[in-house]
Design a protein around this ligand. Structure first.
Ligand code: ADP
Ligand code: MG
Length: 618
């Protein structure tokens, strides 16, 4: 056998497998070319997930006849005028994308440079035709049909239409986030997926591509360290999804995919979100070129940082900072959602109904008899009526009506109540359904979920004690003996020392049996020790097979959170007015009290303005 030089077409076909890989990668290369050409509008339309057709059209600088022929050649680029690899000012520079795509597909390019003639060129499986005159307006349109038709082996690796389409959509979304200055349109099978105008504000662009709530419920992130700057937006802890899909990282303007971000986000939100929920973030790093290698692989958007630990700590601390300052803030969309629901119910309740039946759902009656409820409320909106009733009743008969046993309690002195209204969470006026505190503020009302709120407070206290002198214990007069499955008791005994730090003293007491000698003092007078210990065992069994470095800290937090849940006021427990007010004041003084440790809001706020809207006064 003799060594020979491979023909160009073959070289390009081999390169295509790496450079374009799948339709989404071809789209990325072409859209980046449009951005490099200074386009202010970029339109991508695909058929069949991009497998049969990709068209990318832009209003950028365009190409003349000569450039149109050259752009299809390998290693032909206009973007490295000084032959200086360290001075890269464009997204492209290798000059191999178009050559690779044209080697494996049927490509047609039409283009016109400013003030020049329009030309069109075709290329099939690497065979270029001569350019012919065309009528294209300024800018460029590239049509790619039957990607990989020339390399059937490669073609087999393409996934379903849906999978390829989703990859294209994700790619164009990321590029559109990185370039809010340009307009982006994406269409699939003739249907518009999104159409974003040029010159959008970043936050607006992100919300349009992620979820609309991001507009209201995201915090701005800015930080800087050793010449690296971080900017972008991160969702409030009350905004979360079941997958980490909406977590985006951009390095020097390029979308990248890096596990680094997932880890950072997890660490930063650990305290405020359940483990199976994921926050929404879009972060932009500007890093001096010598600190990062973005081109580890031309198609895979990986990055390599010289000092990854520094970058990680920069991201985590910036996110944590924002969560702590934004923590005492209830998600606006949560209140908005509540308003929408009430509004819809009201509309339904007030809609004329011609089938009034006397046997409609019974209204909860006032104990003392009293205000008539409009008949229309009685139909179809039982829950609303009940809610309305519960809100009004205490005002009709303050104190006594909350619970019969409350009659002996002193009502809150009116003056004290008025003073308390100046606090952000206001003055507690009533408790309803033994779980919701209704407080009056200067500008409206606040509804607090007492269990969620208290759980947060206990959790924060546990953390403070742990950081300070260790969690305070309270010895049990007689040890509590608990029988459980052997695996569960072993899991607990394996962590005797850690549990002791957390305030729980246990010792073995025969197979599958434990003795509990002390519990955290914060758990109060009559905690259900059996339940607590079983929950902790479950927690340990569940997390035992996690080995990554954050697992230990995460587990500690999970344990604390389980204990906090046990140590907090149950829903269903009646509270005195002074207890409720004390809870509100503690919430105001506690970081992150806007959500419980599972990311659910602890309170929602309705302004008088909102309430007036509901009543059609505004
Ligand atoms: P690279 O982007 O690395 O230079 P490509 O193969 O992607 O390599 O493109 C080759 C050349 O074709 C570019 O350098 C550019 O001059 C030209 N080109 C490609 N697409 C466009 C476009 N949409 N508008 C103007 N010029 C383009
Ligand atoms: Mg390019």
């Amino acid at each position: 056998m003799r060594i020979r030089y491979l023909p160009d077409t073959l070289i390009n076909q081999i390169a295509a497998g790496e450079v374009v890989e799948r339709p989404a990668a071809a789209v990325k290369e072409m859209v980046e070319n449009s951005i490099d050409a200074g386009a202010s509008r970029i339109e991508v339309s695909i058929e069949d997930g991009g497998k049969s057709l990709i068209v990318v059209r832009d209003d950028g600088s365009g190409m003349d006849r000569e450039e149109l022929t050259a752009c299809l050649d390998r290693h032909a680029t206009s973007k490295l005028p000084g032959d200086d690899l360290l001075n890269i000012t464009h997204l492209g520079f290798r000059g191999e994308a178009l050559a690779s795509i044209a080697a494996v597909a049927r490509v047609k390019i039409a283009s016109r440079a400013q003030g020049g003639e329009a030309w069109e060129i075709a290329c099939e499986g690497g065979r270029k035709a001569e350019p012919v005159p065309s009528s294209h307006p300024k800018g460029t349109q590239i049509e790619v049909r039957d990607l990989f038709y020339a390399t059937p082996a490669r073609l087999k690796f393409l996934k379903s239409e849906r999978a390829e389409y989703l990859a294209v959509k994700d790619m164009v979304s990321r590029l559109a986030m990185a370039h809010p200055e340009a307009g982006f349109k994406l269409a699939h099978g003739g249907k518009t997926v999104f159409n974003l105008p040029p010159a959008m504000a970043l936050k607006e662009r992100l919300a349009a591509l992620m979820v609309p709530e991001f507009q209201d419920d995201a915090m701005e992130i800015t930080a800087e360290r050793e010449g690296v700057t971080l900017s972008g937006y991160a969702g409030l802890p009350t905004l979360h999804r079941g997958t980490a899909q909406h977590q985006y990282l951009f390095v020097n303007g390029r979308p990248v995919r890096d596990k680094l971000l997932t880890g950072c986000v997890r660490a930063a939100y650990m305290d405020v979100m359940a483990r199976d929920r994921h926050p929404l973030v879009a972060l932009f790093l500007e890093v001096p070129p010598e600190e990062v290698d973005v081109n580890v692989h031309p198609a895979k958007a990986e990055v390599r940082f010289r000092d990854a630990a520094m970058i990680r700590s920069l991201i985590i601390s910036a996110l944590k900072n924002a969560i702590h300052t934004g923590g005492f803030q209830t998600a606006r969309s949560v209140s908005g959602g509540a308003l929408d629901t009430i509004g819809r119910n009201l509309a339904a309740a007030n809609a004329p109904s011609y089938s009034h039946s006397p046997a409609g759902p019974a209204l909860p009656l006032h104990r003392g008899g009293g205000a008539a409820v409009p008949a229309s409320y009685a139909r179809g909106s039982h829950q609303l009526a009940e809610a309305a009733y519960s809100v009004y009743e205490p005002q009709l008969d303050m104190g006594a009506s909350i619970q019969p046993s409350a009659r002996a309690e002193e009502p809150v002195p009116e003056q004290a109540a008025q003073e308390a209204e100046h606090y952000p969470l206001g003055a507690a006026r009533a408790q309803i359904h033994e779980n919701y505190i209704i407080a009056q503020t200067e500008k409206g009302l606040v509804i607090v979920d007492q269990h969620a709120a208290h759980e947060r407070l206990v959790y924060e206290k546990f953390k403070a004690q742990l950081a300070d002198s260790g969690i305070e214990k309270q010895g049990l007069l007689t040890p509590e003996i608990i029988e459980m499955e052997e695996a569960a008791s072993m899991a607990l005994l394996d962590h005797t020392e850690k549990l002791s730090e957390l305030g729980l003293e246990i010792e073995p007491f025969g197979a599958g049996t434990l003795a509990v000698n002390a519990i955290p003092a914060l758990l109060g007078e009559k905690p259900n020790v059996q339940r607590l210990v079983r929950d902790l065992a479950d927690e340990l069994l569940n997390s035992d097979n996690e080995q990554d470095s954050g697992a230990l800290e995460r587990r500690l937090n999970e344990l604390l959170s389980t204990m906090a849940c046990h140590g907090s006021i149950r829903s269903g427990r009646w509270m005195r007015a002074d207890e409720m007010n004390a809870l509100l004041r503690q919430m105001e003084a506690t970081p992150l009290s806007g959500q419980c440790n599972h990311g659910r809001p602890t309170y929602i706020e309705l302004s008088l303005n909102d309430i007036e809207k509901l009543f059609g006064r505004k």
